[in-house]
Design a protein. Sequence first.
Length: 264
Amino acid sequence: MLVAVTRGVSPDIGHCELTHLEREPIDIDVARTQHTLYERVLEDLGCRIEHLADEPDFPDSVFVEDIAVVLGELAVITRPGALSRRGERPSIERALSPHRRLAHIRAPGILDGGDVLVAGRSIHVGLSTRSNVEAVEQLRRIVADHGYEVFEVGFRGCLHLKSAATAVSNDTLLINPEWVDAGTFPGKTCIPVDPSEPNAANVVRVGDTVLFAAAFPRTGGRLAAAGFDVQPVEASELAKAEGALTCCSLLFDVPNPIEHSTQE
């Protein structure tokens, strides 16, 4: 079974961090409705939802992906690049500790989960205003004994690497080639987004289904033409907060029980 850790939308999301977008009003009721429907889609696809209460003091806290990188063997609690987000970590630690051994990114490293793209045993980390080389080196040491390769990735034009590229299978990525070069991912097949939909590269793979933002039907059509089972999801309000589909959940298989989590 897949578990999906999610969190409610903060009532203060209108004061979220923004880097590449101009601030515009976010309809909190619509955002919450869309988030609930997102959870329902995940549940319909077989996920067990572990919903955390919203955190009013943390405007960006619905974007749980940034606070952890969950692998089959362990979960890495990040050190977000935005100081305002570091208080989100304790609740995510509590949610993940029953499922995974925990490791931590430490200062001076900074890392947002949105910059970490896992495809099979390859981990690609985008270097950005939210993630630095020190964190990449820490992550490389943390996963060294588990058979992963960690690669640094340069990109442009967006906040996180997973705005420019996400995995639709272990060997196939959906990318915006204007924001990240396909050659960055050796051995991977890269499907480009439709040029009229530059923000479409963020999708969520759940089993054999790929969820894409309903605002990007042409890119969804490209994925379908490539043989993927696709399903649209409305996410327009959270997009105003520079959020996307992967941002709103931590997805992982339920592992064998562990006796106790440890910190590194």
